[in-house]
Design a protein around this ligand. Structure first.
Ligand SMILES: [Zn+2]
Length: 153
């Protein structure tokens, strides 16, 4: 008998923990955890060339490409870090997801602004997990918990 594999994505333009999780998929029993991070393997860093305007949008660009590196529509659940810089873009990229799939992992910076943006993309019913700035520890705990659960048998 085949059970459906649950797909969970952990997406951050910062990184998870100290970078001990690889970008890409970690498989478990009936579970796949997809990691998309920046600042670890630096897959999504940008070049410092270009106009000042291009450079100032670099953070936005990074946030957008990290989110796009995984097909979020195929996920059963998504943990998305929403920090101060780049959070805006991360929220925008989550607009196509239904709110019951999303967990916004947010630090307290510009709380009201971020909530407004989330409402604007129609995901005001999504879960919010409060975290420290950068979200590294919180995401690490989430990942550890997910991958611990799958190893119980
Ligand atoms: Zn913060």
């Amino acid at each position: 008998m085949e059970q459906k594999t649950r797909r969970v994505a952990i997406v951050t333009y910062n990184r998870v923990g100290e970078g001990q999780f690889p970008n890409g998929v970690v498989k478990g029993d009936n579970l796949e955890v997809y990691f998309a991070q920046n600042g670890h393997l630096a897959k999504w860093t940008w070049s410092s060339e270009g106009t000042l305007e291009e450079q100032t949008s670099a953070r936005k660009y990074t946030a957008a490409s990290v989110v796009r590196s995984i097909d979020l529509s195929k996920m059963d659940e998504v943990y998305l870090y929403v920090g101060n810089n780049g959070g805006e873009e991360a929220i925008r990229q989550s607009a196509d997801l239904t709110s019951e799939k999303i967990n916004y992992v947010m630090c307290g910076c510009n709380q009201q602004y971020k909530r407004d943006l989330i409402r604007r993309v129609g995901n005001q019913d999504a879960k919010v997990i409060w975290c420290e700035c950068g979200g590294r520890e919180t995401l690490e705990n989430i990942a550890t918990q997910l991958l611990k659960d799958k190893k119980t048998n």
